[in-house]
Write a new protein. Structure first.
Length: 315
């Protein structure tokens, strides 16, 4: 049974960016169910009205929020899709602008507000840590270093932009998301070959896959929102489950729940041909642990890939 999501004892005014995305829609629903007021910053207000069912205030520009208004919490989920078009110079610029440049504008807006938000929670990704070799069993906690590759640099710049909000008295926290499992995002496409009986290891299958069930991700956001303002918190949290399976074990867990085989491999070469540099996101892994959340007593509803697969596939 899933734990109820409670964000704060007092009604909060929350600004959400990326509100029409897979995670954003579920976050907005959970915030509304818990009695909070949501303003959604979106480039497509018609889509926002449709998918959010008109239950939130939708704006297309930050200056639609008057400087005298009170926004208690900013949750920044904005960013162009990482997996997709090849990472050409133009695509890299789009990824940078939709994350780093946009977050800088968000912080500039906060600087002009008479009542500063008390908290900013901003998405990042475990791509911050770069990639690990298959035989590298090092566990990556929040203090692990980044690497001199594009994805790592992008996350580093993104987090730097987020942390700049602290100069205005806003508590800024970066959430490094692993692969998010739910009814949206990448998981449905990942599960399709398995449902068709064509699942199996991707590449060698030995690369580590760090993931989180979307319900635990929302609960993690609520955990950070509900803490007293005086609580001592760090600036970065890994949003990954405590268990880090290999990609082959991940596929086997899904196949087991569905009663399907899992022995059809997908060779690395065609994946690299199709995706180029971004193929490393699929073919190389990271063994990332949620040390900060666990240290603060956070208990995962879905700590293992078997429990997550059972919840997602057996419905």
């Amino acid at each position: 049974m899933m734990t109820a999501i409670h964000f704060h004892d007092q009604r909060q005014q929350v600004l959400v960016t990326g509100a029409t995305g897979f995670i954003g829609q579920l976050l907005v629903q959970a915030l509304l169910a818990d009695g909070h007021a949501v303003t959604a910053l979106t480039r497509n207000p018609k889509k926002a009205a449709r998918v959010l069912k008109g239950a939130v205030r939708s704006i297309t520009r930050l200056d639609e929020i008057a400087p005298t208004e009170q926004i208690d919490v900013v949750i920044n989920l904005a960013g162009a899709r990482i997996l997709g078009p090849r990472w050409t110079a133009a695509r890299k610029q789009i990824l940078h602008d939709s994350r780093v440049a946009f977050t800088e504008k968000l912080v500039d807006w906060m600087a002009c507000m008479q009542h500063k938000p008390r908290l900013m929670l901003s998405a990042s990704a475990i791509g911050y840590y770069g990639v690990q070799a298959e035989d590298d069993l090092t566990v990556l906690n929040e203090d692990a270093p980044s690497q001199p590759i594009f994805m790592s640099q992008l996350c580093r710049d993104w987090e730097h932009a987020t942390q700049s909000a602290r100069r205005y008295g806003v508590e800024a926290i970066c959430m490094r998301f692993g692969l998010v499992l739910g009814d949206g995002g990448a998981f449905p496409m990942m599960a399709l070959p398995i449902k068709l009986g064509l699942g199996g290891p991707l590449g060698s299958g030995r690369q580590t896959l760090s993931w989180i069930h979307v319900h635990d991700l929302l609960r993690g956001i609520a955990h950070l929102m509900s803490r007293p303002d005086t609580a001592s918190r760090q600036a970065v949290y890994n949003f990954t489950a405590p268990e880090q399976p290999t990609q082959a074990q991940f596929s086997q867990a899904a196949a087991h729940q569905l009663g399907r085989p899992s022995f059809f491999p997908t060779p690395a070469m065609p994946v690299r041909f199709l995706l180029g540099e971004q193929a490393d996101l699929l073919l190389k892994g990271q063994r990332v642990a949620p040390r900060a959340l666990l240290k603060e007593g956070f208990v995962f509803d879905y700590p293992t890939v078997e429990t997550a697969m059972a919840a997602l596939l057996l419905r």
